[in-house]
Design a protein around this ligand. Structure first.
Ligand SMILES: [Zn+2]
Length: 325
């Protein structure tokens, strides 16, 4: 008898593809719910990753023909890598946050809106040439990664949905379209990049659908607090090892966010008033080498300080100046 008809209940089969980079591994998951086999996330677009995926399927007695659907935690490239390879062989539905759709479709109009958003953002944060270079990188990246465009139908998921025995929970912050999937009975959480055990996730600055800036670190912290409430024994993370002490980890991450905010507040109090000055002072060499992440971090922290009324901002000659309240 084929395993597919055994109705084994809910099971998870992690696919862990190691990398020498700080992420340690790209993780994605085959999950079985009754006789439905789903893939949560889809790794990176390499032959090695494809081999890991096909081997994982065969180890549990399946082939690609048995796969029912792909469910995505978010639309970042290291989570959708194999989507098009799978779809080229077998047309199956893709489920993702509604906000993932124009990102996965690489919609030109949204791309233009995003480029204009970052142009204005970096100018208003006082970044000068570094901002211009980053815009050029973004444009180049968009042209070069056409192969990531998902042409299949994508079905939207939102907060109240359930899919394959899993509760869908919106966790914006790392990405505006980030979802985690919770199995209450097993106390399992498929966490994507919302929670990573060995490194902190970046709350990457992004516009909403209309081009308005999201307060991503504020959202990220709120999403961490949401997950803190869940009864979880294991978090199946998008990178690195599984997490077994999610409450301790979240508490530590929130404390670290507060500590960093305090350090940035000290810098503002000492006279550094623009995001660009703060980023250069706080991150030193990383300012150039990891420009977009560094900007996201500093912007996130000034947002947090602003919403907690510790600082205020004023536009002067087109650049935001932050000062203590
Ligand atoms: Zn990500």
């Amino acid at each position: 008898m084929h395993l597919k008809s055994l109705k084994r209940g809910f099971s998870v089969y992690p696919i862990i593809v190691p990398t020498r980079y700080s992420l340690k591994s790209f993780n994605f998951y085959l999950v079985e719910d009754g006789n439905q086999l789903s893939l949560i996330d889809a790794g990176i677009d390499t032959d090695e990753c494809w081999e890991y995926f096909i081997n994982a399927l065969s180890e549990i007695g399946y082939t690609l023909d048995d796969l029912s659907q792909i469910i995505l935690t978010h639309s970042h490239e290291d989570h959708i890598g194999l989507v098009n390879r799978i779809l080229s062989i077998r047309e199956i539905p893709i489920y993702a946050h509604s906000k993932s759709i124009h990102r996965l479709k690489r919609d030109q109009e949204f791309h233009d809106l995003r480029i204009n958003f970052y142009k204005q953002l970096y100018a208003e944060m006082g970044c000068g040439d570094s901002g211009t270079r980053q815009i050029e990188n973004l444009e180049k990246e968009f042209q070069e990664r056409e192969n990531y465009t998902v042409h299949a139908d994508i079905f939207p998921l939102s907060e109240t949905d359930r899919i394959s025995g899993l509760q869908v929970i919106e966790t914006p912050g790392h990405a505006p379209d980030h979802l985690v999937f919770y199995h209450a009975e097993r106390k399992w959480l498929f966490g994507g990049d919302h929670l990573i055990g060995h490194i902190s996730s970046n709350a990457i600055v992004e516009p909403d659908q209309e081009g308005k800036r999201l307060f991503t670190l504020v959202e990220y912290k709120h999403s961490l607090e949401t997950c803190l409430e869940l009864d979880v024994e294991t978090v199946f993370s998008g990178h690195g090892r599984q997490i077994i002490n999610h409450k301790d980890l979240i508490t530590m991450r929130i404390n670290k966010i507060h500590q960093k905010s305090d350090q940035i507040l000290d810098l503002i109090n000492s006279g550094k008033s623009t995001v660009d000055q703060l980023a250069r002072t706080f991150y030193k060499d990383k300012y150039q080498s990891e420009f977009s992440l560094v900007m996201s971090e500093i912007i996130g922290h000034v947002d947090l300080l602003e919403v907690s009324n510790k600082i205020k901002k004023k536009l002067k000659d087109g650049v935001w100046q932050y000062t203590q309240t």
